[in-house]
Design a protein around this ligand. Sequence first.
Ligand SMILES: Cc1cc2nc3c(=O)[nH]c(=O)nc-3n(C[C@H](O)[C@H](O)[C@H](O)COP(=O)(O)OP(=O)(O)OC[C@H]3O[C@@H](n4cnc5c(N)ncnc54)[C@H](O)[C@@H]3O)c2cc1C
Length: 284
Amino acid sequence: MIPSAFEYHRPGDVSSAVGLLQKYGDEARVIAGGHSLIPMMKLRMADIGHLVDLQNVEELKGISVSGNSVTIGAMVTQAELIAHGGLANAVPLLREAALQIADPQVRYVGTVGGNVANGDPGNDMPGLMQCLNATFTLVGPDGSREVAARDFYQSAYVTDRADDEILTRIAFNAVSGGYAYEKQKRKIGDYATAAAAVLLTRAGEKVVTASIAMTNLSDTPVWSEASGGALVGTDCGHDAVMAAVAAMLNDIDPQQDNRGPIEFKRHVAGVILARAIARAWARA
Ligand SMILES: Cc1cc2nc3c(=O)[nH]c(=O)nc-3n(C[C@H](O)[C@H](O)[C@H](O)COP(=O)(O)OP(=O)(O)OC[C@H]3O[C@@H](n4cnc5c(N)ncnc54)[C@H](O)[C@@H]3O)c2cc1C
């Protein structure tokens, strides 16, 4: 289908972009890579009078890895993220996950900022950012503020971002230890039926820290403190993994859709999470 008519704007800096969002209110929406927004417009699920294209906003670009601190501009594409050697060394979890998003064509254009700001429970980056305990910077008419990824998602497509705010960057600390991003999907290029992001640290045969988040199993990503907590202090053996899976199953709330009924999704969630924990432990 052809989207309904819209005015196109291409500001050169964040403050002009915010000004356009203020000026046109409910009528306006920013566009980054357009790989989530344009399909919605074509399906007439989004009717937008003013599109504010962020592609000329230089301050939204670039990746910085400085010591332990990582900062990613909102307009960094998934392909740029995959290609960045420093980032792959500092946070290999991110590259492993990004390689499982869609296909190369989508990844050349889709941005990290668009993926996390979208609020689609099927997007992979939100759960990943919760696992990493990332912080999002939002800039609006009243200035800049920071929100933890773990506090950002409220329900499907509803986030803490106000309509006149732009997500400008994502920051987190590199974490040493084991990692894994495990994703079950129906075919290459599909969204997850279930995906798990796991970060573990170990001392000898004991888990010291564990952070676990899952994707597309509720109307928001699910970072489960109880699931990670079930591994801490254990030898990451079968009983501990089953306890972590049980805690996660308690925190998710999948719904039946074209990826399967609820019981199937809960089963897949358990299998995927157990695999992710095993791989992270083996790498820790
Ligand atoms: C065939 C196909 C398969 C896909 N498979 C997957 C998959 O497996 N996993 C996955 O995670 N994604 C998948 N995607 C989605 C893809 O990763 C998108 O690129 C991504 O979700 C959105 O990024 P974008 O830059 O395209 O954002 P856009 O589509 O431009 O924007 C998405 C939303 O975010 C808002 N937005 C964008 N940037 C900002 C910003 N800086 N500040 C505030 N709001 C902003 C927009 O207003 C819009 O509402 C798939 C897409 C396609 C077409």
